[in-house]
Design a protein around this ligand. Sequence first.
Ligand code: 5GP
Ligand code: MG
Ligand code: MG
Length: 181
Amino acid sequence: MKRVTLHDKEFQVFIPHDEIQTIVKQVADEINGDFSALDEVVFLSVLNGSFMFTSDLVKNIDFSCEVSFVKLSSYQGTTTTGTVSELIGLSSSLKGKCVVVVEDIVDTGITLEKLYALISAHEPSRICVATFFFKPESYGKHIKIDYIGKSIPNDFVVGYGLDYDELGRNLKDVYKLVVEK
Ligand code: 5GP
Ligand code: MG
Ligand code: MG
């Protein structure tokens, strides 16, 4: 089994590149069945993790669509002690359009919930969510995940855009942490 070391940890192949591509095509086919160019769809990729999934996904989309990229950035509020989230990098208007949020992984759903609220403020006609990975055992939110590439257990995965402390994003296969016995 192919292994990589990132920082202090060892990972082994979990999903090879070919299987990833099959999963991406399945997600794209579902989306192709649900929308057409008349829907004015914007694929909104959430950086950094979803850059590879977004690239492969939109290559398999068969209707005219926009592709845009955002980042969720946190900063300390000036009047409160909690952190505030901000959506940065949005390059086009979402007003009245169908937004398909493209995520690498939805775990607890905390990130998605914040994103959803920030995107809603731009008044799209509809928000859908597509994620490559979903961890059903940790998900604790009510937002519907419309398109799921693969549901996985609570293992830590890297590669195909996902990082372990910023390393591993460039790997074309997905790896999971080797748990020492
Ligand atoms: P959530 O807010 O849904 O709990 O977590 C979302 C974020 O946690 C993801 O965007 C990702 O950055 C990180 N995350 C959760 N699970 C994993 C994992 O298995 N591997 C990696 N690399 N990041 C993860
Ligand atoms: Mg993400
Ligand atoms: Mg990360």
